[in-house]
Write a protein that binds this ligand. Sequence first.
Ligand code: 13P
Ligand code: SF4
Length: 307
Amino acid sequence: MGGKDIINEVLTLKRERKAVILAHNYMNHDVQVVADFIGDSYDLALKAMETNAEVIVFAGVRFMAEQAKALNYDRIVLAPDPNAGCTIADALDVDTLRRVREEYPNVPVVLYVNSNANVKALADYIVTSSTAVRVVKKLGSDVVIFGPDSNLADYVAHMTGKRIIKVPPSGRCVVHGSYTARLVKEARARYPRARVMIHPEAPINVLRLADFVGSTNQMIEYARSSGYNEFVIGTEIGMLNALRIKVPGKVFHPLSTGPYARCPFMGMVTLEKVHGSLRDLVHRVEIPKSIAEAIREAFERTRKLLE
Ligand code: 13P
Ligand code: SF4
């Protein structure tokens, strides 16, 4: 099937199945073309809560589809490639988190949304890159258990001045965790007029060199409203698709085009796999109800804190 044919077929299947396609900002351009919503992790979790669709196709990695399932337990949620994981999510297991909880019994546990469902069910609060700093600031406690991303934990500690107990000590994103100060200096030399935006999953010494630190949606907003016209993008390279669709007329350069520029897991989710899962209603996300309820409670508790 050719490119146009498969796009048309996905659009037809979407109507027939009463489905909605939620796509992360990092998805391939052709997946973004068939999507109803394109956004960051927080935005897409909210969209998953609002939809009346009977089927949700989550074009992103597995933890995102699991989050959508936890918030929509009675709907069909499809993960077009169920093997699309995340190095941050896979860095933390239930036993490790339980041990740290026992060691610090009265300290709140804040988990990054990039966690697997069985682990996330043990969180008191669930944050994304766009909400982590605000949530930790608002908590009554000056000490917080935070994981699994070690770099985001450092950034939260820097921005809030609170004591952050990392769990585990070194969870990292395969893309952002590979950024170096040298990459930023080289990009500034190559594009002297560009503003440098970097995702908070990058190491703190790299974030200190950025003009703007934020989630993928916050980058789009900054690019749209800041009055600057040229940007270096310190995040996964698929983000350039979203920026070119959402902020036309401005110029974007990737911070890195090296071997870790593309997230191998995000890259696994193709238009062909979206088509196949929607056609056959396969790769349904299944998580135990008790886990879904715990995730939903922690997510709602976090939303209330942000109001
Ligand atoms: P955002 O929430 O900023 O979209 O980030 C998700 C992610 O996986 C970053 O690598
Ligand atoms: Fe996980 Fe990094 Fe890939 Fe995002 S870009 S899904 S954090 S490995």
